[in-house]
Design a protein around this ligand. Structure first.
Ligand SMILES: [Zn+2]
Ligand SMILES: [Zn+2]
Length: 236
């Protein structure tokens, strides 16, 4: 779609969603111009207190967890907004299959708030393989990364990393298999010399993808890598 057509389309979509009352994605009640009504939004699940600052899994008193102490992941810190459960899981699923779905707007305020705690000179969304991108038409991590970069006032490097291989679908693979599946999956297309990089994604599961991203970023000169994810799954 040419740029001006997309801009007109975006404008029309925004105007329509502002004029037409939406029904809440969670309860079906009136939600104004939002995807989720205020009541359901207020009841979004929260992550438990005390998370490992490196991998964002539950850890007593928020100490670095045993797994991260035994083997430090490629990244330095992970900031997660929500547990990966109802209705966050369903909202993210909607985001993957419908770019116009207003999920980024639902989460934008929380994303901006969390971004304030991140140390970053630039923001990088987790890329999707070109084949998947062609099937889907957009990268859902990029939709989330935009408001984050804006609020931090740092550049967004959207195509800075490429996914080299079309890895097998990660779901259903054991952690070891996931890591093997991702070996060398990412390659940086630019220098990150001396930079602190904030990587944005929708869901963090085993952390294997983010670990490989961090390895590629460090290989390109990054001095610090933090993750900002919308949702975190519980420990396996
Ligand atoms: Zn509702
Ligand atoms: Zn940890």
């Amino acid at each position: 779609m040419p740029n001006w057509t997309r801009a007109t389309h975006d404008f029309a979509t925004n105007l329509l969603s502002a004029l037409l009352p939406q029904s809440c994605f969670v309860c079906g009640g009136p939600a104004g111009a939002q995807a989720v009504c205020a009541d359901c939004f207020a009841e979004f699940p929260a992550l438990s207190e005390g998370l490992c600052p490196v991998c964002a899994l539950a850890s007593p008193q928020g100490q670095i967890c045993g797994a991260c102490l035994r083997k430090k992941p490629g990244f330095d810190a992970t900031h997660a907004l929500y547990p990966y459960e109802f209705p966050i899981r369903e909202l993210i699923h909607g985001l993957k299959f419908d770019a116009d779905f207003c999920v980024p707007r639902v989460f934008a305020v929380a994303l901006r708030e969390t971004a304030k705690r991140c140390l970053a000179d630039c923001v990088v969304p987790v890329p999707v393989h070109p084949v998947r991108l062609a099937e889907r038409g957009f990268n859902q991590a990029l939709l989330l990364a935009k408001p984050v970069a804006q609020s931090l006032g740092v550049p967004l490097f959207r195509d800075a990393l490429v996914k080299d291989r079309l890895s097998l679908a990660q779901a259903g693979l054991a952690r070891e298999e996931r890591l093997r599946n991702l070996q060398g999956a990412f390659r940086a297309q630019r220098s990150f010399a001396g930079m602190r990089v904030l990587v944005v994604d929708d869901v963090m599961t085993s952390g294997a993808t983010l670990c490989e991203m961090a390895v590629a970023l460090r290989a390109a000169g990054a001095v610090r890598v933090e993750n900002l994810v919308l949702a975190r799954t519980a420990a396996p």
